[in-house]
Design a protein around this ligand. Structure first.
Ligand SMILES: [Zn+2]
Length: 475
């Protein structure tokens, strides 16, 4: 077959078929049929193997929720949540099927690109098989209709989290992997997305989510719908849609940020003094970390308690009370944790160390203990105390919220500040937010940037503070 010598193999395929190609050598890439496979059931975080999913990148969640809180006692503490989640996503690989995380609620209908899809559910996973396979890079829309009874879910440590049902509503705080208790989600910080919410609740209750109201609430037949839009990219654990008997306070802070506070009337007298400092705190932290990164801020203070506060994005959540130090801590998280989020949950000290150190600096700014005094007090803990046992750069899934992650994390940052000087330290803080803002970063990224900005060799320093058990004595 002499002609074959002069015919490029790509043409030979078209003209004479696959047998010729075999004789011409390897088939060109274009001729290979696309391979489709299943997306992984986890995104690859060793602490939470089923959190997030492989093969998809969510761009936007539109959550249409209808919620009825628990009836008065002695009725069981159970609510009813029905939702339609419209999820815009981009496949990152060719997919024959893929997962979303969903726990404790039942999907009743799923469509992909407008076509009904088949689906199954396991304890943590909604497994979706589209009628037509989806191609890498081609945006598609997934709509999940779901619902069920809500209770009081708990995290791996036994703490309340996720959609926590109360008598007058719900407290919605989902760190680290609790968002799957209220919507189908790619539940890992590495997949940030924008959000919009339409939340229907019994008339008289307020539903407060992230961002700003996108229109006035509407009431029909005894039910009120609240509309929210959160246009800043957000990790799933920072989404909220808390429902309660709230008094709303709206104003504009000194830096121009619109503030929306929602406070349970039973707590009105208590947190107001600390919340009133929000405007001053925004100005203070902008001075340290650069412009406030989001379109709005505010607080939710609920009379019911999960036992902790959380930096839900643009709308920090407080249980029962909002003390000044905690208000500063959650606000500082908006830069440190929310705008720049942990690449893996093992990097949690970057969230909590920065937020705690921010508290120390705010206390100094207010004329209290200096950051140096807070550092000295921490370092006065005896070397044989259990405080020094945890390796904070790898605290384990049960150690995410242990004290050393916070205080040793803050002490690490103060020691770094002393080591490299104020100019380099605050240059590092601002560059960190600028460079990794809107996405995630790891401890390795932080060490590399510290060395880049300061010009110092810091390997030994970070080895002592982050990767070694025991009280630091020499660094
Ligand atoms: Zn925190």
């Amino acid at each position: 077959m002499p002609a074959r010598r002069s015919v490029p193999s790509i043409l030979a395929i078209t003209a004479t078929g696959i047998a010729i190609v075999a004789l011409c050598g390897p088939a060109p890439a274009l001729a290979a049929p696309p391979q489709y496979g299943a997306g992984a059931d986890g995104i690859g975080d060793p602490y939470f193997p089923l959190a997030g999913n492989g093969g998809t990148d969510v761009v936007h969640y539109d959550l249409d929720l209808d919620y009825t809180p628990a009836a008065p006692a002695p009725a069981p503490l159970e609510g009813r949540l029905d939702g339609v989640a419209t999820i815009d996503l981009v496949p990152t690989q060719n997919l024959s099927r893929f997962n979303l995380d969903l726990r404790g609620l039942t999907a009743t209908e799923v469509t992909v690109a407008g076509k009904p899809a088949t689906f199954t559910q396991t304890e943590n996973e909604l497994v979706i098989t589209p009628t037509k396979k989806v191609k890498a890079g081609k945006s598609t829309q997934v709509v999940v209709t779901y619902g069920g009874t809500t209770t009081q879910p708990t995290d791996i440590e036994g703490a309340l989290y996720g959609w926590v049902t109360t008598r007058d509503g719900a407290m919605v705080v989902s760190e680290p992997d609790g968002s799957a208790t209220w919507f189908p989600v790619n539940d890992h910080p590495t997949d940030k997305a924008t959000y919009s919410f339409e939340i229907t609740v019994p008339d008289g209750l307020v539903a407060v989510a992230n961002g700003l109201p996108s229109g006035p609430a509407t009431t029909v037949d005894g039910k009120t719908t609240w509309y929210w839009d959160a246009p800043d990219a957000m990790a799933p654990y920072l989404a909220t849609a808390s429902v309660g008997d709230y008094v709303i306070d709206e104003y504009v802070a000194a830096n121009g940020t619109p503030i929306f506070d929602a406070v349970d009337p039973a707590r009105l007298g208590d947190p107001s003094a600390a919340l009133a400092l929000t405007s001053d705190m925004l100005v203070f932290f902008e001075g340290l970390y650069g412009p406030y990164p989001f379109n709005s801020y505010g607080a939710i203070v609920d009379d019911d308690s999960v036992g902790y506060a959380l930096e839900t994005q643009t709308r920090s959540f407080f249980s029962r009370t909002a003390r000044e130090g905690t208000v500063a801590h959650e606000l500082a998280h908006q830069w440190m944790g929310n705008q720049v989020s942990p690449a893996r949950w093992a990097d949690i000290w970057l969230n909590e160390g920065w937020a705690t150190y921010s508290q120390w600096m705010w206390t100094e700014h207010r004329g209290g203990d200096t950051a140096q005094a807070s550092f000295d007090a921490y370092l006065s803990i005896p070397a044989d105390d259990a405080e020094w046992e945890l390796v904070i750069a790898d605290p384990g899934p049960l150690g995410l919220f242990l004290n050393p992650v916070y205080d040793r994390g803050a002490a690490t940052l103060h020691a770094l500040r002393v080591e490299i000087g104020d100019d380099a330290f605050f240059d590092l803080a601002r560059t960190w937010v600028e460079r990794f803002g809107g996405r995630t970063a790891s401890t390795a990224d932080f060490i590399a940037l510290s060395e880049e900005v300061s010009g110092a060799h810091l390997e030994d320093f970070f080895q002592v503070w982050l990767y070694t058990s025991g009280k630091p004595t020499d660094w």
